[in-house]
Write a protein that binds this ligand. Sequence first.
Ligand SMILES: C[S@@+](CC[C@H](N)C(=O)[O-])C[C@H]1O[C@@H](n2cnc3c(N)ncnc32)[C@H](O)[C@@H]1O
Length: 216
Amino acid sequence: MRLFSNVRVYERVGGLYDATLGFWSREVRRQAADTLDLREDERLLIVGVGTGMELEHLPAWVRGAGVDLSAGMLERANRRRTALGMRDLDLRVMDARALDFPDGGFEAVYLPLVLTVVEDGARVLAEAARVTAPGGRLVIADRFWPEGRPRPAAVRAVSRALGHVAMRFDIRLSEILAGAPSLEVEDHRRVVPRAFFHLVTLRKPDPSKPDPSKPG
Ligand SMILES: C[S@@+](CC[C@H](N)C(=O)[O-])C[C@H]1O[C@@H](n2cnc3c(N)ncnc32)[C@H](O)[C@@H]1O
């Protein structure tokens, strides 16, 4: 349990957030949008949409929803959405740990820089998996701690402290994936600057389709 909510920090720093993180994270947002590869008949959910910096990389006809716990961040996202003419993207204040959407409602789910910000990233991924349609994809853009590298106590303590005001940097991707073990990792690559960001593509299995890797 956090003593102090980083959402209150995000609430106050929307403009500064865009100015500092915007340029730094531009390439991973561009590649994430390419990876999503949306079709016009699909619905997209953006979890932790923040100020909506990812919107400019998506098609104006995008359909679906973007959610965030901070009304202040969403206010900026709303201005971006209007400027981009995205009439079919609904923006809502919502806790990603308990999404108010039915099972399987979205063919694509995008999690940009949110899983290491929320208090329980594994639970947020589980929720994201629940609302993904069978056969649908989830695209994560984030920064994870390397799997094999030890995490000294001092590193963990600093990361925990940073988690109260911004995001943690000591979380492993495997710890997040543990929240939704049925998801398949289709791709995991590192993105500039200096391979700082991770771009991960996951697939929710579709039980109605036979698995071509298993003999029938
Ligand atoms: C680092 S920002 C990323 C924003 C945006 N996706 C981007 O890439 O610029 C993290 C966002 O997660 C939101 N957030 C934190 N906890 C959340 C929760 N439990 N549910 C929904 N959003 C949450 C914060 O309000 C903030 O806007």
